[in-house]
Design a protein around this ligand. Structure first.
Ligand code: GYE
Length: 324
């Protein structure tokens, strides 16, 4: 793992502490906020943009950041949170890869008196009150926006039957569950809409390609719509669609979520029809919330950023640089 300079120094301080050379934390400035953040991994442009934003905002707010990348493994996130507790950080934040399985480690954080902020994704716990708040997108609303776009598109094209394949994000993660639920609720009751199959693409480009290959082999030209839960999987699926002899954007309606630069460029080229925005820029809210918690002030239980939708219904050429 590549260690940041600051984290390298912190790690050295922990080692000194373990070697019995006095408390590194007590020697550090009492005023400075130390935030431990466990990131899921680097699976997408969204995730990389989110990590960068959190690093930049921590620096802008003068907050010391212990950042750990879990490389897509929940057990790595649990280990990271335990290290943050051992190091006595002021505030812990993490983006949970899946919703279940956090009760024990969060009880440990609570017993240590360290407040926990959820970033990006939600959790489901048996015990209430283990976290203070959630800063993240409204994934259900994103799914609804995607579904409503499809209803408008089907009307505009005069389609009588719409066969949909869905490539979903990581199983049991909040965006996977809610992007699916919002989309299904939006199209429910419209008899033109048929889901041929939903398949787990794990938010990865390589899996998006694999899933699309399988879907094309199984359903071929019956596929009218590809609804993909993130840009990476969409970008993996597009070449497969082309290799199978179809033109994405016209032979098949392509709907994606995130709104990273690469997908927006493809939308501009006409090979994607709709991209629902999901902003990775959660760092500012995270820093402000962490400072409030350190000061013992109340925080909002739920903070959703405002999000847009980019489609072929208006001229996509005017969409500005995305920054991720
Ligand atoms: O859509 C995807 C990423 O949780 C909102 O995770 C995030 C999702 C995002 O890997 O690209």
């Amino acid at each position: 793992m590549k260690l940041g300079k600051r984290y390298g120094i912190l790690l050295a301080a922990v080692m000194l502490l373990l070697a019995g050379c006095g408390s590194a934390r007590e020697e550090a400035s009492d005023q400075e906020l130390l935030l431990g953040f466990s990131q899921i991994g680097s699976e997408s442009a969204w995730r990389i943009g989110n990590t960068k934003d959190i690093e930049e905002q921590a620096a802008a707010y003068g907050i010391s950041l212990m950042l750990e990348n879990a490389n897509q493994k929940q057990e790595n996130q649990i280990d990271a949170i335990r290290r943050f507790i051992a190091y006595k950080v002021d505030v812990i934040a993490f983006s949970p890869i899946v919703e279940e399985g956090w009760d024990n480690v969060l009880r440990e954080a609570k017993e240590a008196g360290i407040p926990v902020i959820l970033v990006d994704r939600d959790i489901s716990t048996e015990t209430e009150g283990l976290t203070t708040c959630l800063i993240g997108a409204d994934f259900y609303a994103e799914g609804v926006m995607a579904g409503e776009y499809l209803l408008r598109k089907a009307d505009a094209l005069g389609l009588e039957q719409v066969n949909i394949v869905e490539i979903t994000g990581t199983e049991n993660s909040t965006p996977m569950r809610q992007r699916q639920a919002g989309f299904l609720d939006a199209i429910a009751g419209d008899e033109r809409m048929h889901i041929l199959e939903s398949i787990d693409g794990d938010f990865l480009k390589s899996r998006g390609a694999e899933c699309m290959r399988y879907l094309l082999e199984t359903y071929g030209e019956d596929i009218d719509v590809v609804y993909s839960h993130n840009d990476e999987m969409t970008l993996g699926a597009l070449p497969e669609i082309e290799n199978a002899g179809f033109t994405p954007g016209s032979d098949m309606i392509i709907i994606s979520i995130d709104g990273g630069q690469e997908a927006i460029d493809v939308l501009k080229s006409g090979r994607i029809n709709c991209v629902v925005e999901c902003t990775p820029k959660l760092g500012k809210e995270l820093m402000e919330t962490a400072l409030k918690l350190q000061a013992g002030e109340p925080v909002d239980a739920l903070i959703h950023p405002t999000e847009a939708i980019f489609t072929d219904e208006t001229d996509p050429q005017s969409i500005g640089p995305r920054g991720y």
